[in-house]
Ligand binder design. Structure first.
Ligand code: SF4
Length: 173
């Protein structure tokens, strides 16, 4: 839920601190996930990181290009980065997109796959270090990202005012 002050204050470009915090959190998720998957082998870890990178590019190619923040500093900075690689899209397509939890499944796999692998390894041979990696990943991915979206990103977003299917989905849950 956005505070009244947040509803009034919309960022045309987000403060650098928000962008740094959002990217730091994403980087921590990828690093913790990669550290868990490294227990299989280096190739599995590289495959995991390539999958994460492909999701970032897919989001920029299919979402950010149509967003109000294309070419601007959104909370994640991808509005600017996507403008380095892609041409501007159609803003109508952003609001017309249907987003469901099923469509978000690939993004959730970034967390669920390493968590499942970590739990499997702990059944095999319990290690406190693995438990810390799994718990740390869950905390950063859920309360951590929830805080970034809920307190720092969506409430100050012009695209939310224009219409954002993802924000509507998060609000319903
Ligand atoms: S409302 Fe939230 S999810 Fe939607 S574009 Fe803005 S920051 Fe992203």
């Amino acid at each position: 839920m956005c505070s009244d002050q947040a509803k009034k204050q919309i960022f045309e470009n987000y403060p650098a601190g928000v962008v740094v915090a959002a990217n730091l959190l994403s980087a921590i998720i990828y690093i913790l996930g990669a550290a868990i998957i490294l227990q299989i082998n280096l190739w599995a870890m590289l495959l995991y990181l390539a999958f994460c990178l492909s999701l970032e590019f897919k989001l920029m190619a299919t979402g950010c290009v149509h967003c109000y923040y294309f070419g601007r500093l959104c909370f994640s900075g991808k509005g600017v980065v996507s403008s380095w690689f892609f041409k501007p899209g159609d803003p109508k397509k952003f609001t017309a997109r249907e987003i469901s939890w099923l469509a978000l499944l690939p993004d959730m796999l970034v967390v669920f796959v390493p968590v499942a692998i970590g739990i499997f390894f702990m059944f095999w041979e319990f290690k406190g270090s693995m438990l810390m990696l799994v718990v740390g990943l869950l905390i950063v991915a859920f309360p951590g990202q929830g805080f970034i979206r809920g307190a720092l990103a969506c409430c100050y977003c012009r695209q939310r005012e224009l219409g954002c299917p993802a924000e509507k989905l998060f609000k319903k849950s």
